[in-house]
Design a binder for this molecule. Sequence first.
Ligand code: 9WO
Length: 246
Amino acid sequence: MRIDILCLFPEMFASPLNQSIIKRAQEQGLVNIVIHDIRDYTHDKHHTVDDYPYGGGPGMVLKPEPIFEAAEAIKQQLGVSEMPIILLTPQGRLFSQSVAQELALHSHLMLICGHYEGLDERVCEHLATDEISIGDYVLSGGELAALVVVDAIVRLIPGVLGSQDSAGSDSHSNGLLEYPQYTRPQVYQGWSVPSVLLSGNHGEIAQWRRRQAILRTAKRRPDLLEKGNLCDEERKWMLENLLDPK
Ligand code: 9WO
């Protein structure tokens, strides 16, 4: 997969993309992430990327020309006429694991990050094919949101995760939150690891984990429960344990 990112602060990407799983994915040639500075696509002496808003008001607005020119240059260089061009904005559709899965199917993605000021609406209307928000809060710009989106997508590319840390068992991939996990020591400050996990009984352990995941999802994120495919027996157990917490 190739991901091109247009932004005003390219240095924000250096460290996050050079760690851990994303770094390894790039080294293995599974993803090629290229950062572009929108300022490089200006033609005036001062490399102007923004201007005053028509109609007045606070702040500045990113000019459309450098963004369109950057996007066209990249499409031409790649030899593709159509690819998802995604704007990171609080006005976009809400990002989720299912949006990440959908985007991970493409061979090329382009992400556009505004900063400080807003973007000229013609970029949204006539260049972007999609607008994505990572949540209902305002950031200084789209760069951090783009990093979140890239991280979630890259780990879904086949071969990026080893079979050890399969993407399939993570929180949200089965629709439920993850079950509680423990490692050594067996007792820490008087707090013991649940004895079922030491039992060696794999059937009991699997049932305990599934039930813990259900209970935790019911308590913290009941909105996710419908995606969890509970059977009647699990639903009954959940209701008993929600009413009667031990
Ligand atoms: C700034 C501004 C100043 C005066 C009047 C109106 C204004 N609008 C904005 C504005 O929308 N700034 C945005 C900053 C422009 C696009 C990039 N920015 C951004 C993206 N902030 N937060 C996000 C974001 C992206 C994805 N998910 C959550 C938040």
